[in-house]
Design a binder for this molecule. Structure first.
Ligand SMILES: Nc1ncnc2c1ncn2[C@@H]1O[C@H](COP(=O)(O)OP(=O)(O)OP(=O)(O)O)[C@@H](O)[C@H]1O
Ligand SMILES: [Mg+2]
Length: 262
C-alpha cells in the first residue's frame, strides 16, 4: 500500500442491474487508521459498495481508490492490500478451525514457520484454541464469525472490509467482535464496515454514512447523526433524515423484525 493519509476515496459511484439503479452516485472518504460505518437497511446498497471496493464487481461509473490504488485499473494491487469478511461466511464447514486458518496462510504464501505461529496466535486471540480441531460445522454462529474474521487477518491486511460482521449475533458475541475491531484500530488498521445497527456504528465508527436506496443521505460522527435526527434508533434517524421508515412498507419495523425477514 502506498503511504497515504486516505485509505479509501470514492467519487460518483453508480451501479445498476438492468433497470434497477442500486447505487446512484456515492462519494465517501475514509482516512487511514479510522473506522467508517456504512449504515442502512436491507437493500440500501451496502454490500454493493463493499463488492466494488474489494474488486468483486465493477461500477458502471465513478472512481474508487483503495489503499492508493484504482479498483478498476489496479485491481490486483487492491486485492493484495485488503482483507474482506463477507456478509456470508467464507468458512469451510468440513474443515476444522485450524485447517481453515492454515488454508488462508497457504493462500497468502506465508512461510511455514510464520504460518504456524500466526495461526496459533489467531486461534488464541479469537478464543478458538479449545475448538481448533473440531469441524467448523460444529461451531456456534459467533464462533464461525470469529473464525471468518481471523481468516481475513491471517495475511495482516492494513485495510479491512467487514460486511455486517455482527448481524445475527447475540449481544455478548457482538461485543466480542467490537473489541476485536477496536484492537485492529489500535494497530492502525483502517476498517470499513456495514451494519444495520445504529448502536454498532455508535460504538465503533469515527464516521457514519447513512445509505438509503443507493445514495448517502447523511454523513458525520455518530453523535452528529443522532443530534441531527434527535433519536437513538436506526428507525428514528432514518425517518428524520429520509422522511420514510428504514423498513419499506412498514412504519414500525424493528431490527428484530428485519432479522426474521432475512
Ligand atoms: N446481482 C444482482 N442482480 C440484481 N440485483 C441485485 C444484484 N445484487 C444486488 N442487487 C440489488 O441491489 C440492491 C442492493 O443490494 P445490496 O446487497 O447492496 O444491499 P445491502 O444494503 O447489502 O442489503 P442487506 O442489508 O440485505 O445486505 C438490492 O435491491 C438487491 O436486490
Ligand atoms: Mg448486504
Amino acid at each position: 500500500m502506498t503511504t497515504s493519509t486516505t485509505a479509501i476515496e470514492v467519487s460518483g459511484l453508480t451501479k445498476s442491474y438492468g433497470p434497477t439503479a442500486v447505487l446512484r452516485g456515492v462519494d465517501l472518504t475514509v482516512p487511514t487508521g479510522t473506522v467508517y460505518a456504512l449504515l442502512g437497511p436491507n437493500g440500501a446498497g451496502k454490500t454493493t459498495v463493499v463488492n466494488i471496493l474489494s474488486t468483486l464487481i465493477t461500477a458502471d461509473a465513478g472512481t474508487a481508490r483503495v489503499g492508493g490504488y484504482d479498483v478498476r485499473t489496479d485491481s490486483d494491487a487492491v486485492r493484495r492490500s485488503i482483507g474482506v469478511t463477507g456478509q456470508f461466511s467464507a468458512v469451510d464447514e468440513l474443515l476444522t478451525g485450524r485447517e481453515n486458518l492454515r488454508l488462508m496462510a497457504d493462500l497468502a504464501h506465508l512461510p511455514r514457520i510464520e504460518a504456524r505461529a500466526r495461526v496459533e496466535d489467531l486461534l488464541g486471540r479469537f478464543d478458538l484454541a479449545d475448538a481448533a480441531d473440531r469441524r467448523a460445522s460444529t461451531y456456534s454462529g459467533g464462533m464461525k464469525r470469529r473464525l471468518d474474521l481471523a481468516m481475513t487477518l491471517v495475511a495482516r491486511p492494513r485495510l479491512i472490509f467487514l460486511d455486517e460482521p455482527t448481524t445475527g449475533l447475540d449481544p455478548r458475541s457482538r461485543r466480542d467482535l467490537w473489541q476485536i475491531v477496536r484492537e485492529l484500530l489500535a494497530e492502525g488498521v483502517t476498517v470499513l464496515l456495514t451494519t444495520q445497527y445504529l448502536e454498532e456504528a455508535d460504538q465503533l465508527a469515527h464516521t457514519v454514512g447513512l445509505l438509503d436506496a443507493g445514495r448517502l443521505v447523511a454523513e458525520g460522527t455518530p453523535a452528529d447523526l443522532k443530534a441531527q435526527a434527535g433519536g437513538d434508533t436506526l428507525d428514528d434517524v432514518f425517518l428524520a433524515l429520509t422522511g420514510h421508515s428504514a423498513t419499506p412498507g412498514t412504519d414500525t419495523g424493528t431490527d428484530a423484525d428485519r432479522e426474521v425477514a432475512r
